[in-house]
Design a protein around this ligand. Structure first.
Ligand SMILES: Cc1ncc(COP(=O)(O)O)c(C=O)c1O
Length: 386
C-alpha cells in the first residue's frame, strides 16, 4: 500500500468554488436564480451550441431529452449495452423500450453497422438513436446522423463522459440533435448532482425547459386555456421538478473556469498510463486513443480469468478501481422485463468481463499513475492457478 487511497474518480474543489457557493447562500436565490442561466450560457458557449438546458442530474437530462424527442409508448430507443443503465432507463421512463446493438471493439462505442442492422430489423419505429461517447472517446456520430435521417429518428448523444471531447475541430455538443452531459463529482466538472442538454433546436430547448419545471407556464401567450390574470399559471403538459439549483449552478460556473486545465491534466495522466503500461503482459489491452478524447475514464481490459484477482489486489493496495459497466441488458430488470440474456451482445459482454477502470482525476500526481501501473503489472505477472 502507498498509504494513500486513490478513488477511481474525484472532484476538484478549490477556494473559488467554495466562495462562489457561499455567495449564493448569502444571496436571495437558492433554487432558480441568475447563476442558472449564466452556467447554461457558459457551457453552451464552451461547446458552441445555441441552447443549453440544465437539469438536476444527467439522468434527468436524459429523461428531458427523450421527452423532447417525443418518445412514447411503443417506441424503440437504440442504444449500446456498454453504458450506464440511465441511458436506456430514460427511454423506459417515457414508455419506450430499449433496442440494443453491440459495440465496436475498436471504439468501445455503438457499432454503426450493427446499429443500422438493428434499425432495419426493428419491429416498431425507432424514435431515438443514442450513441454513448464511452469513457470520453468521441464516437463518430456521422453514420448515426445518416441513419437517423433515413429512419426519421432523433439523434441524442449521451456525452456524460465527454465534456470537452473533440471530433476534429468541433467540440462534442453540437453534432447530435441533443447532447447530454453529467456533472456528477467524478465527471470533468461538477455541480454535485447535475446535468445539461445542449441543442441547436429552439423547439427541443423549449420542450425541455417546460418539462423540467412541471410542464407549467406563467406567461399569457403560452396558456392553452384562457388567462385569468397575473396570479394564474397553466400546466400544459406533463413535467417533473428537475431544475438545477442556483447553488449548484454557481459551483458549475466556477468549475468551468478550470475546464481546460482539468481536461489537459486528464489527457496527461492518460498518456502517463500508456507509457507505464507499454508492452504490457498477459493480454492487457489499453483503451482506444483519439486526439479529441476527453478521458473521463481509463478503462483497461485484462483476460477475464484474471479480472477478479486483479480487481481485488488493486483494491487491497488502496486503489479504488471500478467496473464500467455491467452491460445494461444483463441487469435483472432488463432480463425479466425485456427477455435479454447472456450472449445477446457478445462484444459488450466480452469487454465488460475483463474491464477495470483505473483511477483518473485531475488531482492525481504522476507518482500515483506509476504506482497503479506497477501494482497492475505485478498482479498480471503472477501465474494463473489451474
Ligand atoms: C454514460 C452515462 N450516462 C448517464 C449518466 C447519468 O448521469 P448522472 O449520474 O448525472 O445522473 C451517467 C452517470 O454516470 C453515465 O455514465
Amino acid at each position: 500500500m502507498s498509504g494513500k487511497h486513490l478513488p477511481y474518480g474525484r472532484q476538484d474543489i478549490n477556494e473559488d468554488d467554495i466562495r462562489a457557493v457561499m455567495e449564493v447562500l448569502r444571496g436571495d436565490w437558492l433554487t432558480t436564480g441568475p447563476a442558472v442561466e449564466r452556467f447554461e450560457s457558459a457551457v453552451a458557449e464552451y461547446a458552441g451550441a445555441s441552447y443549453a438546458v440544465s437539469f438536476s442530474s444527467g439522468t434527468a437530462a436524459l429523461h428531458g431529452a427523450m421527452h423532447a424527442a417525443g418518445v412514447t409508448r411503443g417506441d424503440l430507443v437504440l442504444a449500446p449495452p456498454m453504458t450506464f443503465a440511465a441511458t436506456a432507463n430514460s427511454a423506459i421512463y417515457c414508455g419506450g423500450s430499449p433496442l440494443f446493438a453491440d459495440i465496436s471493439e475498436d471504439t468501445l462505442c455503438l457499432d454503426p453497422v450493427l446499429a443500422h442492422a438493428a434499425c432495419m430489423k426493428a419491429p416498431s419505429p425507432v424514435r431515438v438513436i443514442i450513441p454513448v461517447s464511452y469513457a470520453g472517446y468521441p464516437v463518430d456520430v456521422r453514420p448515426f446522423r445518416e441513419l437517423a435521417s433515413r429512419t426519421g429518428a432523433v439523434l441524442i448523444e449521451d456525452a456524460a463522459h465527454a465534456l470537452g471531447a473533440r471530433r476534429g475541430e468541433r467540440k462534442v455538443g453540437t453534432e447530435a440533435d441533443m447532447t447530454v452531459f453529467s456533472f456528477h463529482p467524478v465527471k470533468h466538472i461538477t455541480t454535485a448532482e447535475g446535468g445539461m442538454v445542449l441543442t441547436d433546436s429552439e423547439r427541443f430547448a423549449k420542450s425541455m425547459r417546460l418539462f423540467r419545471s412541471h410542464g407549467i407556464v406563467k406567461s399569457e401567450q403560452e396558456f392553452i386555456r384562457p388567462y385569468e390574470g397575473p396570479w394564474d399559471n397553466d400546466m400544459i403538459s406533463i413535467g417533473c421538478n428537475y431544475r438545477l439549483s442556483d447553488m449548484a449552478s454557481a459551483l458549475g460556473l466556477s468549475q468551468m473556469k478550470r475546464m481546460d486545465a482539468f481536461l489537459s491534466r486528464r489527457r496527461e495522466l492518460a498518456a502517463l498510463y500508456r507509457e507505464a503500461l507499454r508492452g504490457a503482459p498477459r493480454g492487457l489491452k489499453l483503451p482506444p486513443d483519439s486526439p479529441g478524447h476527453s478521458y473521463h475514464l481509463f478503462p483497461v481490459w485484462v483476460i477475464p480469468e484474471m479480472r477478479k484477482r486483479a480487481f481485488v489486489s488493486l483494491r487491497e493496495n488502496g486503489i479504488g478501481v471500478q467496473v464500467h459497466y455491467v452491460p445494461v441488458h444483463l441487469h435483472s430488470y432488463y432480463r425479466e422485463k425485456f427477455g435479454f440474456k447472456p450472449g445477446d451482445f457478445p462484444k459488450a459482454e466480452m469487454f465488460s468481463s475483463g474491464e477495470i477502470s483505473l483511477p483518473l482525476y485531475p488531482g492525481m500526481d504522476d507518482r500515483d499513475v506509476r504506482f497503479v501501473a506497477e501494482k497492475l503489472l505485478a498482479v498480471l505477472e503472477e501465474p494463473l492457478a489451474y
